[in-house]
Design a protein around this ligand. Structure first.
Ligand code: PLP
Length: 387
């Protein structure tokens, strides 16, 4: 049986955006006769991040997940090492380290924000702790990121930023993804800038740069050899195939060029929701995520917080009936089928609460003002029946 066609007025949660020159650039890559990784478009993208963001070494990857896996390899995470990770995040944040045999110590969310609670970190550090992963949920840093960095320094721990959602976001006027020793960005279809699938490893600590390039190129010194810095091209370390093809890099380059336009539109759409829902927030009917002081957001997602799980699920169903696809996330990792039996049993009530009550509204470039009006009308209609 064929799936039922979508109703003509259906509003999806996300839709990939074509900035314009993507197909042209892909054609150029094909004409250049080099489609494997580390070609001209890859170089342009990486140089953009090194020059505009001040990243010591930027390496394009096949996904944000791959960038996190590279981070775990680079930090030489060994079986039994402990890595502190928020429970409220996407699977890859933890899985990348589990692949190296690490034990994940989950940290709860901050009471006011789904990001990890920096105040709880110190109690979780043991002699086996090697690294902390900070996730910038929705492109927001934790409010006390400086305290996290100071703690890492005091205990000599690596800091990895999961900046998958944080492209173009800033803190104290510095790009997110430049604060940790390493950072992972994602160019998945659902992120602000996309390559279909893609990612970037930001190597901010120069001590890690040389080995990063080797791990990226299947454990070989191919990149150094190509620059004339090595006499022979050979296998020198462990690694994998982490670099994307030029086809993906060409697509990404078009999105990077268009980033100002893409971001401006997201900001307007985000602001539309925030203004329209402000009265409900002021009345305490629903809550919006708080702004983080000194942070410049990237408008990655628009989330609202319901008063209970039942209310959130009813609102999702209400929107679905009106042909609007809103979603929730995340199911906290300490409760996941894979990690629950391995978790140390500490309750993480705030991660649980955000998981039960958070709802994301559609937000994508082609979303039209009339559609946003319909979404807001449906949310208000729901609350006029459920006050
Ligand atoms: C999207 C995302 C990832 C994974 O990125 P992919 O490019 O899809 O592999 C990791 N962490 C977070 C927080 C994400 O949002």
């Amino acid at each position: 049986m064929l799936p039922a066609p979508l109703p003509p007025d259906f509003i999806p949660f996300n839709r990939p955006h074509l900035a314009g020159p993507e197909l042209d650039y892909i054609r150029q890559a094909v004409a250049a006769g080099k489609l494997s990784g580390n070609g001209e478009f890859t170089r342009r993208c990486q140089q953009f991040f090194e020059q505009q963001y001040g990243i010591n070494k930027a390496l394009l990857t096949t996904s944000g997940t791959a960038a996190l896996e590279m981070a775990a390899l680079l930090l030489d995470i060994q079986p039994g090492d402990e890595v502190i990770v928020p429970s409220y995040t996407f699977t890859s944040t933890a899985n990348a380290f589990v692949l190296r045999g690490a034990r994940i110590i989950f940290v709860d969310s901050h009471p006011e924000h789904p990001n990890l609670d920096v105040a709880q970190l110190e109690l979780l550090i043991t002699a086996r702790t090697r690294a902390m992963v900070v996730v910038h949920y929705g492109g927001h840093p934790p409010a006390d990121l400086p305290a996290l960095l100071a703690l890492a320094e005091r205990y000599n721990l690596w800091v990895v930023e999961d900046a998958a959602q944080a492209i173009e976001a800033r803190y104290h006027d510095r790009p997110l993804g430049t604060f940790g020793h390493l950072a992972a960005f994602s160019f998945h279809e659902t992120k602000n800038l996309s390559a279909g699938e893609g990612g970037l490893l930001a190597v901010n600590d120069p001590r890690l740069a040389e080995r990063a390039e080797i791990i990226w190129e299947k454990g070989t010194n191919r990149a150094a050899f190509a620059r004339g810095e090595a006499a022979r091209y050979e296998w020198v370390d462990i690694g994998s195939s982490f670099l994307p093809s030029e086809l993906n890099a060409a697509y990404l380059w078009a999105q990077l060029e268009a980033r100002a336009t893409i971001q401006r539109r997201r900001q307007q759409q985000w602001q539309f929701y925030a203004t329209a829902l402000a009265p409900l927030a002021a009345a305490g009917t629903l809550r919006l995520l708080p702004a983080i002081p000194d942070a410049q957001p990237n408008w990655h997602l628009f989330a609202l917080l319901c008063r209970s799980e039942a209310e959130r699920d009813a609102l999702l169903a209400h929107l679905r009936q009106r042909h609007i696809l809103a979603v929730f996330h995340y199911l906290p990792l300490h409760r996941s089928p894979y990690y629950a039996p391995r978790h140390d049993g500490r309750p993480l009530p705030h991660a649980d609460r955000f998981s039960r009550t958070l709802l994301r509204l559609p937000l994508y470039h082609e979303l039209q003002p009339e559609q946003q009006q319909r979404i807001v009308g449906a949310v208000k209609g729901f609350y006029s029946m459920n006050t």
